[in-house]
Design a protein around this ligand. Structure first.
Ligand SMILES: Nc1nc2c(ncn2[C@@H]2O[C@H](COP(=O)(O)OP(=O)(O)OP(=O)(O)O)[C@@H](O)[C@H]2O)c(=O)[nH]1
Length: 387
């Protein structure tokens, strides 16, 4: 453990907090009463309270399977072609993601060649605070070794923490035909589950076909993140109420920076609609960057005034509205429904207020957890004879 932990700690200085810290996030709703609801910048590894507040997402898989590329494309806006020049990861890279009120986690990118079952490597500590383990399999390569590794990883992780969500990304599917994709997914699904059938526990694996060259990686990541948002059913409910009262076909609540959708209504997600919504966000951010900020301004291109109405040539309208500093609602609706824009805006106002209330409840929970954690620490310090 010691070595890997040292490496991790070295990383802290380099850690690039993606958007802004939680304090800013909180300011949006709590008039600057941010301090009390924020955690320390760096989490205590063995602190169960920290783990609850900021779950970890681990990116694991064989060398060159595409782990770092996924992280760079989704959270750093790196263009997929640039990933060709990424160097092999040789130590664990840890990164905080605290973009939105609800998306708040750490991503740990593991080097492919790491032997994390090395006795000096404290995998128990790592798995204990993990919310999701993403195992990346290169679909363009022979995946027998990857499946062995997957089996070993999930069985060990499950023993330590049965609450982990196991997510398998069948990655780099851009090079495969549609038939081939389905065939690979079926084969990998079958082999992985056959391997697990012998073990006593019922370990559930979720599979996704992904590529950094299209939106599939964002969609898959959205689903992984959604499973870690305890307020998801409430958000979905709010979206359902909003769309049914506003005659909207589909609505997504997006984290603007990562383009992860943290919730959507209960109608099925169509990939094309999702891609269009991502494009609307890109248009808003790009136009704001070019024309929205004056030359010497270094503000963000997304704020309270951000909104967009885009009419498509097939009688549908895309409507984007700011919900919080980092969240946007993107709706997809028929032109005739958009004639009642006043009603939609009023409903949106109620929706936004409800989201803020959900957020406030969350803040209260975090505050009481922090208090508990502080009390526990001071009790421990007193027991150890410290003042
Ligand atoms: N065709 C295709 N190539 C990809 C995709 N994702 C990643 N790659 C390529 O795969 C290669 C390896 O990607 P990395 O992200 O460095 O892989 P890694 O798993 O982090 O590798 P290690 O750091 O060695 O563990 C790069 O050349 C990427 O451009 C994808 O979706 N499709």
């Amino acid at each position: 453990m010691s070595e890997s932990k040292e490496k991790l700690e070295d990383e802290d200085d380099e850690e690039d907090i993606l958007m802004s810290d939680d304090d800013d996030d909180l300011d949006a709703f709590t008039d600057g009463d941010a301090d009390s609801s924020c955690e320390d910048g760096v989490l205590g590894f063995s602190d169960p309270f920290s783990a609850e507040v900021k779950p970890r997402i681990l990116l694991m898989g064989l060398r060159r399977s595409g782990k770092s590329s996924i992280q760079k494309v989704v959270f750093h806006k790196m263009s997929p072609n640039e990933t060709l020049f990424l160097e092999s990861t040789n130590k664990i890279c840890r990164e905080d993601v605290s973009n939105s009120s609800f998306v708040n986690f750490q991503i740990w990118d593991f080097p492919g060649q790491i032997d994390f079952f090395d006795p000096t490597f404290d995998y128990e500590m790592i798995f204990r605070g993990t919310g999701a383990l993403i195992f990346v399999i290169d679909s363009q390569d022979d995946y027998v070794e990857a499946l062995n590794r997957l089996h070993l990883t999930v069985t060990r992780a499950y023993k330590v923490n049965p609450d982990i969500n196991f997510e398998v990304f069948i990655h780099k599917v851009d090079g495969l035909s549609d038939d081939h994709k389905i065939e690979k997914q079926r084969d990998i699904h079958k082999r992985a589950n056959d391997d697990l059938a012998d073990s006593l526990e019922r370990i559930h694996l979720s599979f996704y076909l992904t590529s950094i060259y299209d939106h599939s990686i964002f969609e898959a990541f959205s689903k992984v993140v959604q499973k870690l948002i305890p307020q998801l059913p409430t958000l979905e409910n709010l979206l359902n109420i909003f769309i049914s009262n506003s005659r909207i076909e589909k609505a997504f609540l997006f984290d603007v920076v990562s383009k992860i959708y943290i919730a959507t209504d209960s109608t099925p997600v169509d990939m094309q609609t999702y891609e269009l919504c991502c494009d609307v966000i890109d248009v808003v951010i790009d136009i704001s960057c070019i024309y929205g900020l004056s030359g010497d301004e270094c503000g963000t291109p997304y704020d309270k005034e951000s909104m967009a109405i885009i009419r498509l040539n097939n009688t549908t309208v895309m409507y984007l509205k700011e919900v919080t500093k980092f969240l946007a609602l993107v709706c997809f609706l028929r032109e005739e429904s958009f004639e009642r824009k006043g009603l939609i805006d009023y409903n949106f106002h109620c929706f936004r207020k409800a989201i803020q209330e959900v957020f406030e409840v969350r803040m209260k929970v975090l505050r009481s957890r922090k208090l508990l954690s502080q009390r526990r620490r001071s009790r421990q310090a007193t027991q150890n004879g410290m003042p």
